[in-house]
Design a protein around this ligand. Sequence first.
Ligand code: HEC
Ligand code: HEC
Length: 253
Amino acid sequence: MSAAGRALAIALLALAGTALADDIKPGSAFLSPQMQRQQEDEARNPGWLWVEQGEELFDRRDGTTPTCLSCHADPRQSLRGAAARYPQVDAASGKLINLEGRIEQCRVDRQKQPAFGYESQELLGLTAYVASLSKGVPLSVSAEGAAKPFYEAGKAFYQRRQGQLNLACKQCHDGLVGQKLRGDTISYGISTGYPAYRLEWNGLGSLHRRLRACSLGVRATQFDYGSDDYLALELYLAVRAKGLALEAPGLRR
Ligand code: HEC
Ligand code: HEC
């Protein structure tokens, strides 16, 4: 471990265990008032550019296949609330899928077109658009039935110490909430603002991109976009944040 890494680990461990999550708040609650206002202003939050592109793609015809809109008429009504129910277990395959996964499934199985690919501008745009249709809708993801084993796996991941810094998600996102780390204020690690526009990325990114940044931050394994490990973690985060309103596209430092 580098000297800087060691110093960080020591500083964090000294702080750990001070605060505990009782009243979970979304990531936006930890932004400066200026950034909070910017996030809520569609003209000033650059994430809305992706939403607009997603809305266009939603009715783009590729070859002779139906567009998204052909099957999902009046999406403001028909898809309102959909994003708040993901990740969920796909009944046909028994696999856990998130919103990105569901959109790719429609793309491949129902439009008969090649997958966009995780983190492609197209998939980010469509995901942001569909998520924006649920703005204000409380998360209501199930941890029961078929979802239970995935939830347990995600919870175990969240609590497991990892990486060279030997830190669990929980130590930062429950134990150190409100503390400063490299200019950021540590939040509860909530997913409701994703996909989010992050100034550091100079673009929109998925939740899994943010999770990869946290894994890297503690020098732990970075799992692939859409990997089973991050999907289970995403499910756990969503259940933990049950009742919080979706607010994608978020705006982050
Ligand atoms: C060393 C402390 C640390 C650890 C360990 C850590 N994170 Fe983070 N995480 C941060 C910081 C700092 C940020 C950026 C500020 C914020 O929103 O909390 C962040 C951001 C996030 C966000 C985005 C929140 C938002 O609203 O933008 C999520 C979700 C998240 N982390 C989940 C996790 C998960 C899951 C793990 C375990 C794999 C993890 N983090 C491990 C420090 C940590
Ligand atoms: C040929 C028709 C068809 C096309 C084209 C299609 N879908 Fe779907 N889509 C469906 C059906 C059927 C479902 C499953 C409905 C259900 O069971 O809730 C679905 C489910 C979804 C869901 C989940 C809804 C929910 O409530 O869980 C989303 C989101 C979605 N589609 C987005 C898209 C997007 C984005 C596109 C274009 C890339 C697209 N779909 C193209 C038929 C289609």
